[in-house]
Ligand binder design. Structure first.
Ligand code: SF4
Length: 406
């Protein structure tokens, strides 16, 4: 295979620009409704229009998520939303509800349809079914292993997309009632409260505030707390299997996570594709880079065999955070304008994250208010500042600056 797409999440316009900066070939995003990530920030209609045009001008594709399981009362608003999408023309809709597929094909027939993982496609007959229905691409169920993916590829001609990185859901292809049942927040409407990762105790109704431990085994009670998916080492096999798109999960993840994962997968995919030009990194280099962000440890899930006890985190959900995102570059050059994410003080040391798997350490020597030019002693998160630094670096817009978390 000579090409394969790297598909990254875009939970906001800024995240979209960061994902593109670090090498995404395509990004997926959601409007304020109907996209299964109600808390992702998401895009207003104006932002979506800007996102599609920004990405297109950089030869990056945009896929708009419309993957809720709709109720009758949702349909009129979805019709209007489809009319809007038709106007801005993203490269595809990510969709799973058969009714919405029918509606989209009538209302916005020019936009390609990608079947969401929520549709739970686990065999080649299902892929052929969706091919007959006019679907262009299928995101295969996360419950599939390599041999099953290869078999589907041999027997079908649709584009195949596979999740390669991110948090894993206990439920079969994300169809889960746990959150709705325990918290009233419906995962299938994009509002999951992630109760599968809570710590549970028992409380007797006449003894409020007294919590009794519940022990399923010696380690305590768990419902499900999977390690995170990471298939970066398996990219060569996925290319060999004929997969068309590698998808990174995480529209709700932070900017540092996004930048790190996208550039790591970009480097690994380029290495696997044998792309030359620029700096060449190996998949092992990319794996080391992934170790620099917080994770719940990694699993390859169903890739070779179904997951077992070793793929769960029974000890808790805590994550390690080696770096913090210090700032996003808004305007590049040797004296860049940054939007600070955390406190920045002159004299402190930071790392500039290049597009490749390289960073340059630098010291902020002087800090100015970007608007007034007034010199500052420090800046708080959210403020826009101009910096001078040592050594001088040519900063690029939408690159990230990180700081070691001591
Ligand atoms: S509660 Fe857990 S398993 Fe259920 S949808 Fe949410 S994240 Fe997935």
């Amino acid at each position: 295979m000579t090409t394969c797409e790297l598909l990254a999440p875009a939970g906001s316009l800024e995240k979209l620009k960061i994902a593109i900066h670090y090498g995404a070939d395509a990004v997926y995003l959601g409007g304020k409704d109907f996209s299964l990530r109600a808390n992702a920030g998401n895009f207003t209609e104006e932002e979506m229009a800007e996102a599609v045009s920004y990405a297109r001008s950089r030869n990056v594709k945009t896929y708009a998520a419309l993957n809720i399981f709709a109720k009758n009362q949702d349909i009129p608003a979805i019709e209007s939303y489809l009319d809007f999408l038709k106007g801005i023309w993203p490269d595809a809709l990510i969709i799973s509800d058969p009714g919405l597929i029918r509606l989209a094909q009538k209302r916005a027939p020019e936009i390609s349809l990608h079947l969401s993982t929520q549709a739970n496609t686990t065999n080649y007959q299902s892929v052929l079914f969706w091919q007959d229905k006019g679907i262009k691409r299928v995101n295969l169920a996360r419950e599939l292993g390599l041999e099953e993916i290869k078999n589907i590829r041999k027997k079908t001609g649709l584009e195949l997309e596979v999740f390669v990185h991110g948090a894993l859901c206990i439920s079969y292809s994300g169809r889960c009632m746990l959150s709705l049942y325990l918290t009233g927040r419906n995962a299938n409407q994009g509002n999951c409260a992630h109760p599968c990762r809570y710590a549970y105790h028992l409380q007797e109704e006449k003894r409020p505030g007294e919590f009794f431990p519940v022990e399923e085994d010696a380690r305590g009670l768990y419902i499900f707390n999977s390690k995170d998916l990471c298939l970066i080492k398996r990219i060569p096999e996925l290319l060999e299997a004929g997969v068309d798109s590698l998808k990174i999960e995480g529209r709700m993840k932070g900017i540092l996570y996004l930048a790190t994962v996208v550039r790591a997968y970009r480097a690994a995919l380029d290495a696997a594709l044998g792309r030359k030009g620029g700096e060449v990194f190996s998949i092992e280099d990319a794996l080391k880079e992934l170790a620099e962000i917080s994770s719940r440890q990694y699993t390859e899930n169903f890739f070779y065999t179904p997951p077992g006890e070793q793929d769960m985190l029974y000890g808790g959900s805590s994550v390690r955070q080696p770096f913090i995102p210090a700032a996003v570059v808004l305007k590049g050059g040797p004296r860049p304008i940054l939007r600070a994410n955390h406190v920045i003080r002159p004299g402190e040391e930071f790392e500039y994250m290049h597009r490749s798997l390289r960073q340059t350490r630098f010291e902020v020597t002087t800090l100015f208010d970007a608007e007034t030019g007034v010199r500052l002693e420090k800046t708080m998160g959210g403020e826009v500042v101009r910096i001078e630094c040592r050594p001088r670096i040519s900063f690029e817009p939408y690159a990230l600056v990180r700081k070691r978390n001591c």
